[in-house]
Design a protein around this ligand. Structure first.
Ligand SMILES: *[C@@H]1O[C@H](CO)[C@@H](O)[C@H](O)[C@H]1NC(C)=O
Ligand SMILES: *[C@@H]1O[C@H](CO)[C@@H](O)[C@H](O)[C@H]1NC(C)=O
Ligand SMILES: *[C@@H]1O[C@H](CO)[C@@H](O)[C@H](O)[C@H]1NC(C)=O
Ligand SMILES: *[C@@H]1O[C@H](CO)[C@@H](O)[C@H](O)[C@H]1NC(C)=O
Ligand SMILES: *[C@@H]1O[C@H](CO)[C@@H](O)[C@H](O)[C@H]1NC(C)=O
Ligand SMILES: *[C@@H]1O[C@H](CO)[C@@H](O)[C@H](O)[C@H]1NC(C)=O
Ligand SMILES: *[C@@H]1O[C@H](CO)[C@@H](O)[C@H](O)[C@H]1NC(C)=O
Ligand SMILES: *[C@@H]1O[C@H](CO)[C@@H](O)[C@H](O)[C@H]1NC(C)=O
Ligand SMILES: *[C@@H]1O[C@H](CO)[C@@H](O)[C@H](O)[C@H]1NC(C)=O
Ligand SMILES: [Cu+2]
Length: 604
C-alpha cells in the first residue's frame, strides 16, 4: 500500500540536499568558532518555481521549492550554519525567503525581507543565504516579497539542540505540522484587489491546510457524528474518499500506544487565526517561538500567524481507534471547513475513519478564552534570560485602518508603510539621502484619539520612515489596537519582530495607560517570543534588547494587512554591519555602488 508514503515517520528528517562541508572541519582550529557540533555547514540548492498542485483537491498554481510544496524541511543542530543557494525560477517575479525566528546575528543581509534586508532576487538569479541557526526550536521559512507566502512559499525549519545538550522534556518521536490557509484566487488577483478602488477584500480562505494538505468540497468527518452544524465543521460536498496517494489526502501521523510525541506546530497562515486540537488527547505546551515555556496542559491551543509551538501528546486513548487532529478558524467569522489530519494508532489502518467526531473549534469571537490561553504562557525558569527591569525607551504604536487617496490601508501612528526601492540596510549603512523619508516617525498618538470609535478623519499618509534604536538599548513597544473604519469592529493582529526575540510583558483591554498598566507588567517570567497577538480593542506590551546591528521589519504577520502597510522598520547599529554581499544590495540607489560598498568593507 502507498499509504505509508503519507505517514510522516517520527523523528526522520529528509533534507533535500545535504552535503557535509569538510572545509568547515578545517576551520575548527580557529579559536573564535565554537568547538564540537557548532562547526558544521549544511548545504542546500533550491529552485523556486510555480507548479500545478491540488493542495485541497482543486488544481491551482502553487509556489514550490524544487517542485515540493510545502518546501523541503530543513533540519539542523543549534550552532550550525545553513548555506542555501536559492535560484529564482519564476518567470516574471522577484523572490526572497525569510527565516522566521532566526535572529541573524552578524548576518542581517540574510534575513530575507525585500526592500529591508536585501533586493529581491530577479528571475534567473541566484542568491546565497548563509547564516547560523543559534538556538534550538521550531521555526519555518517563507517568502517575504509581495504576498508570496500566501502563494505557498513556505516550509519547516527545525533546529535540534546541539550535540550533548538536552531538551528539558522527554518524548519518543516527533512530527512537524505546518498550518496554513489557502485561496483559489491567485495572490496576484488578491494583491490587485487589495490595492484597487473600490477595494476588493480577499475573503475567507477556501481551505485550511496541514502540511500543505486540505479538503475542499468534501469532508473526512462526514462519516462520523458531527457535533457542530456549521459549515466550518461539516464541509460541503460529500464524504472524502482517499486511496492515499492524492495530493490532498490528509496527513497521517502514525503512532504507537502509550508513547509521548512532540508535535511541532507552526502557522504560516496568510489570514486565519487557528485553533489546534486532537480528539480526546491533552496537549502539554513546552515551547513557543523557539523558546522553552513552563509546561501546561490544554485541550486545544490558539496559534496565530507567525507563531510556533511544541506540544507533547501522550497516546493514552483506546488504541483500537484513530483520532482526528484539527485546525479551525478563530478571530474572524469563519467560512472555512476545519483542516483535518489523522492520528493513527498503529497497527490500525491509517484511513480507518475515527469513530469520534473532530474537536469542535471554540467560538471564533470568544476572546476571553483566547486571552486566558495567552496568559498561560510563561518562560521556563532557568532556561530563558529575564528582561531588564527598566527600558530606555517606550514606543507606542497605534494600529488603525485608514484610507489614502481612496485606497484602504492599515497605518501605524497614522503612517502606512510603503517600502522603498533601495533596501534600508544599504541606504542606512551608506547614509544615502533620498532612499527613504528620514524624518523620525511618531512614537505616540494624539491624546484625544478615541480607540473605540472609527477614525473621525480616516485619511492617513504613506511613508517609509525608520525607528532608529540606540545599539544595546532596551526598548518597550506597546501595540495599541483600535476600531477599524467600520463601527464596532476591531480586528485581531499578530505582530512579528525580525532579528530579535522579545519578552511579552503584558496584555490589556482598552487604551494603554503607562501609569496604570506598567505596574502590572510581568517582569518575573514573561515568555520570550518573536510573534505576539494584539486582541481587538486591546494592547500588548513587549520589551527587547536592540542588540543586533541591522534593519529589521516589525509587522503584522497577516499577509493582506502587511500588504496594506501594517508594519514599521527598526534599525540599530547599522554602521557596525560589515560584509554585506554585493548581490544583496544591487538594486535601487545602491545598484551602482557595488564597488564602493566592497571598498568600504575592506577598509574597515
Ligand atoms: C463563504 O463560502 C461560500 C461557499 O464557498 C461562498 O459562496 C461565500 O461567498 C463565502 N462567504 C464569505 C464571506 O467569504
Ligand atoms: C462538490 O462536490 C459535489 C459532489 O461531490 C459536486 O457535485 C460539485 O460539483 C463539487 N463542487 C465544486 C465547487 O467542486
Ligand atoms: C498502556 O499502558 C497501560 C498502563 O500502563 C496498560 O494498562 C495498557 O495495557 C497499555 N496499552 C498498550 C496498548 O500497551
Ligand atoms: C455558526 O454560524 C452562525 C451563523 O452563520 C454564527 O452566528 C455562529 O457564530 C457560528 N458558530 C460558530 C461556533 O462559529
Ligand atoms: C481624505 O482624502 C480624500 C482623497 O484624497 C479627500 O478627497 C478628502 O477630502 C480627505 N478627507 C479629509 C477629511 O481630509
Ligand atoms: C469613545 O467613543 C465611545 C463610542 O463612541 C464613547 O462611548 C466613549 O465615551 C469615548 N471615549 C472617550 C474617552 O471619549
Ligand atoms: C492622520 O493624517 C491625516 C492626513 O495627514 C490627518 O488629516 C489626520 O488628522 C491624522 N490623524 C491622526 C489621528 O493623527
Ligand atoms: C553591545 O552589546 C554587545 C554584547 O553584549 C557587546 O559586544 C557590544 O560591544 C555592545 N555594543 C555597544 C555599542 O555597546
Ligand atoms: C456599536 O454598538 C453599540 C452598542 O452595541 C451601538 O449602540 C452602536 O450604534 C454601534 N455603532 C455602530 C457604528 O455600529
Ligand atoms: Cu493585522
Amino acid at each position: 500500500m502507498e499509504l505509508s508514503l503519507l505517514g510522516c515517520s517520527p523523528g526522520v528528517s529528509r533534507p533535500f540536499t545535504m552535503i557535509v562541508n569538510f572545509i568547515a572541519v578545517l576551520l575548527l582550529i580557529q579559536p573564535s568558532l565554537p568547538l564540537g557540533s557548532g562547526s558544521m555547514t549544511r548545504h542546500f540548492k533550491w529552485e523556486v518555481g510555480y507548479v500545478f498542485r491540488s493542495p485541497d483537491c482543486v488544481e491551482n498554481l502553487v509556489m514550490a521549492i524544487n517542485g515540493q510544496f510545502p518546501g523541503p524541511t530543513i533540519r539542523a543542530k543549534a550552532g550550525e550554519t545553513l548555506h542555501v543557494e536559492l535560484t529564482n525560477k519564476l518567470y516574471t517575479e522577484g523572490v526572497v525567503i525569510h527565516w522566521h525566528g532566526i535572529r541573524q546575528f552578524g548576518t542581517p543581509w540574510a534575513d530575507g525581507t525585500a526592500s529591508i534586508s536585501q533586493c529581491a532576487i530577479n528571475p534567473g538569479e541566484t542568491f546565497v543565504y548563509r547564516f547560523k541557526v543559534d538556538k534550538a526550536g521550531t521555526y519555518f521559512y517563507h517568502g517575504h516579497y509581495g504576498m508570496q507566502r500566501a502563494a505557498g512559499l513556505y516550509g519547516s525549519l527545525i533546529v535540534d539542540v546541539a550535540e550533548g545538550e538536552k531538551e528539558p522534556f522527554d518524548y519518543d518521536g516527533e512530527f512537524s505540522l505546518l498550518l496554513s490557509d489557502w485561496w483559489h484566487k491567485s495572490v496576484h488577483e488578491q494583491e490587485v484587489g487589495l490595492s484597487s478602488v473600490p477595494f476588493r477584500w480577499i475573503g475567507e480562505p477556501q481551505s485550511l491546510l496541514i502540511n500543505g494538505r486540505g479538503q475542499y468540497n468534501c469532508s473526512l468527518a462526514s462519516g462520523s457524528a458531527v457535533a457542530s452544524s456549521n459549515a466550518t465543521t461539516t464541509g460541503r460536498g460529500g464524504p472524502c474518499r482517499f486511496l492515499g496517494h492524492e495530493e490532498c489526502a490528509p496527513q497521517i501521523l502514525g503512532v504507537l500506544p502509550n508513547r509521548t510525541y512532540r508535535l511541532r506546530l507552526a502557522s504560516a497562515a496568510s489570514l486565519s487565526s487557528l485553533n489546534f486540537a486532537v480528539t480526546s488527547h491533552r496537549l502539554v505546551v513546552v515551547e513557543a517561538d523557539g523558546n522553552y515555556v513552563q509546561p501546561f496542559a490544554v485541550d486545544d491551543l490558539d496559534i496565530y500567524s507567525g507563531e510556533s509551538y511544541s506540544v507533547l501528546l501522550t497516546t493514552d486513548q483506546d488504541p483500537a481507534a484513530n483520532y482526528f487532529i484539527s485546525a479551525g478558524v478563530r478571530g474572524r467569522q469563519p467560512n472555512t471547513t476545519q483542516a483535518l489530519a489523522i492520528l493513527n494508532y498503529k497497527p490500525n489502518p491509517p484511513f480507518r475513519p475515527p469513530p469520534s467526531p473532530p474537536p469542535v473549534t471554540p467560538r471564533w469571537d470568544d476572546y476571553s478564552r483566547s486571552r486566558r490561553f495567552s496568559l498561560k504562557v510563561h518562560a521556563l525558569a532557568g532556561r530563558s534570560p529575564k528582561p531588564p527591569r527598566k527600558s530606555d525607551r517606550q514606543i507606542i504604536l497605534l494600529n488603525t485602518q485608514n484610507t489614502v487617496h481612496g485606497l484602504v490601508k492599515w497605518s501605524i501612528n497614522n503612517i502606512s508603510l510603503a517600502l522603498p526601492t533601495t533596501p534600508y540596510l544599504a541606504s542606512i549603512k551608506y547614509q544615502l539621502k533620498h532612499a527613504f523619508d528620514r524624518a523620525p516617525p511618531p512614537e505616540r498618538f494624539p491624546e484625544n484619539y478615541n480607540i473605540t470609535r472609527p477614525p473621525p478623519n480616516p485619511n492617513s499618509t504613506v511613508g517609509s520612515q525608520v525607528y532608529r534604536l540606540r545599539l544595546n538599548s532596551t526598548v518597550d513597544v506597546v501595540l495599541q489596537n483600535a476600531n477599524a473604519m467600520k463601527g464596532n469592529v476591531s480586528e485581531i493582529h499578530s505582530w512579528h519582530l525580525h532579528g530579535h526575540d522579545f519578552w511579552v510583558l503584558g496584555y490589556g483591554e482598552g487604551r494603554f495607560t503607562a501609569a496604570k498598566d506598567e505596574g502590572h507588567f510581568n517582569l518575573e517570567d514573561p515568555p520570550l517570543k518573536n510573534t505576539v497577538v494584539v486582541y481587538p480593542y486591546g494592547w500588548t506590551a513587549v520589551r527587547f534588547a536592540a542588540d543586533n546591528p541591522g534593519a529589521w521589519a516589525f509587522h503584522c504577520h497577516v499577509e493582506p494587512h502587511l500588504h496594506m502597510g501594517m508594519g514599521v522598520v527598526f534599525a540599530e547599529g547599522v554602521h557596525r554591519v560589515r560584509g554585506i554581499p554585493r548581490e544583496a544590495i544591487a538594486c535601487g540607489l545602491t545598484a551602482g555602488m557595488k564597488k564602493a560598498a566592497a571598498e568600504d568593507d575592506a577598509g574597515n
